[in-house]
Design a binder for this molecule. Structure first.
Ligand SMILES: Cc1ncc(COP(=O)(O)O)c(C=O)c1O
Length: 419
């Protein structure tokens, strides 16, 4: 490589403004830490891939090889294989959501669905509403398209619709209407909470009244350990056209497939299709065919049941470890599904500083709360993943975090006394 190619200044002045403003998802940065064997990572949202049955994998690959080799290796339609979209209709129906294959586009993970939806609706400066905290992986989507993100807090019943309503009034007084409300109603990443039925109805009502689109992200609806499913916002909207629904095979099958989908009103779907043509033409036909053959031959719910059993005990292991290891003034929730516990530490603990201490001295990683906000909130919070580690590893990981917190608390007390 020619000399000078590492000179950042040369490129800085040439980057588009949207590239300059992109903020990395802290989660992706932390992903590299998980590759260091000495570090226990409770940071990534890793589903359990070890429990996918080897013989099932071999069988599906053999079916692909013998019956569909050439088409699996070929380009495919941008909207995805029609057979796969028909299967997705059934997957959605399992949660009570009604869609037709023609309402759907297959995407490269749910992540691409979020990106395409934001790209389709958001001009620089447009208001996007998002829960606070929000999915850290959505942060680069919002910053890439230069959205003005306003957070709406959550409590144990999910998004605070009273605050949402108030925010909408304030925005309206300032002559502004949000373009999108991005929400994760089930087993929120990172907050772990689920939106109540009453609030779901209110959100849909408010979208109609104020004229904004709801971007409903539902990767975790089937990752349920307790309780019954609630209707999706897509379902409650009942075809009125205010909801774009995103989901994924990452949590019910495997994230390495990189397959998700979007359901949207026809005019929105056409634009999303055009955006996808620009992004990647079509999602991998190899993995689309894999999932299609798998769904035709096997009952995916058996696999999800297996995963949920594993995750439930891992969740319990994490909650017990937190009770044992964290200072008395730490709070956390016990999620009934999903992959994460959200913990709030005493105010004087900055979890970004704590992460440095935790990774360098205690060999443990988590996602600092500030990664889940675009406005600097969450400094004393952390997201802890329980799906990707064994019970023993979780116990040890939380023990190490507890030790790092004690170190910081000691430092804080020393400084306080000195002053
Ligand atoms: C809330 C949420 N949305 C979207 C995604 C992206 O998932 P995918 O692997 O399908 O791109 C994730 C992954 O962790 C997530 O937690």
């Amino acid at each position: 490589m020619s000399s000078g190619s590492g000179d950042a200044a040369r490129y800085e002045k040439r980057f588009a403004s949207r590239a300059t403003g992109i903020v990395s998802s802290a989660m992706r940065d932390l992903m590299s830490l998980s590759e260091r064997p000495e570090i226990i990572s409770l940071a990534g949202g890793f589903p359990n891939t070890e429990s996918f049955p080897r013989e099932v994998f071999d069988d599906v690959m053999a079916r692909m090889g013998s019956d569909h080799l050439a088409t699996s290796l070929q380009y495919g339609p941008t909207e995805g294989l029609s057979g796969l979209r028909e299967q997705i209709v059934k997957v959605m129906a399992h949660e009570g959501a009604v869609a037709r294959a023609s309402d759907l586009i297959v995407t490269t993970g749910g992540q691409q669905g979020i990106d395409l939806a934001v790209r389709t609706f958001v001009d620089p400066g447009d208001v996007v509403l998002a829960e606070g905290p929000t999915y850290p992986g959505a942060v680069p989507c919002f910053t890439t398209y230069e959205a003005d993100v306003n957070h709406v807090p959550v409590d144990e019943h999910g998004l605070r619709t009273d605050v949402l309503e108030q925010k909408l009034v304030e925005l309206s007084a300032a002559g502004r209407t949000p373009k999108l409300l991005y929400t994760i109603p089930n087993f929120h990443n990172p907050a772990g909470v689920t939106m109540s039925l009453e609030r779901r109805r209110q959100v849909v009502e408010l979208a109609r009244e104020h004229g904004f689109m709801i971007l409903e992200d539902n990767p975790y609806g089937q990752v349920r350990f307790e309780g019954d499913p609630l209707p999706s916002l897509w379902e409650l909207d009942d075809g009125a056209g205010w909801v774009i629904y995103v989901s994924t095979f990452s949590k019910i099958l495997a994230p390495g497939l990189r397959l998700g989908w979007v359901a949207a009103p026809a005019p929105v779907l056409r634009k999303i299709n055009l955006g996808k043509q620009a992004a990647d033409l079509n999602s991998s036909t190899v993995t689309q065919r894999f999932v299609l053959e798998y769904l035709r031959a096997y009952d995916w719910r058996d696999h999800v049941d297996r995963l949920n059993t594993i995750y439930r005990s891992r969740r319990d292991a994490m909650v017990s470890a937190l009770k044992r290891e964290m200072p008395a003034d730490t709070r956390w929730n016990t999620p009934s599904g999903g992959l994460f516990v959200w913990a709030t530490l005493p105010d004087y603990i900055d979890t970004s500083d704590l992460l440095v201490e935790a990774t360098t001295r205690h060999q443990v990683a988590f996602v600092p709360g500030s990664a889940a906000f675009l406005d600097g909130q969450g400094a004393n919070c952390m997201r802890l993943n329980f799906s990707g580690s064994s019970e023993d590893t979780i116990a040890e990981g939380v023990r190490r975090i507890g030790a790092a917190v004690s170190d910081m608390a000691e430092l804080y007390r020393a400084f306080k006394v000195d002053r």
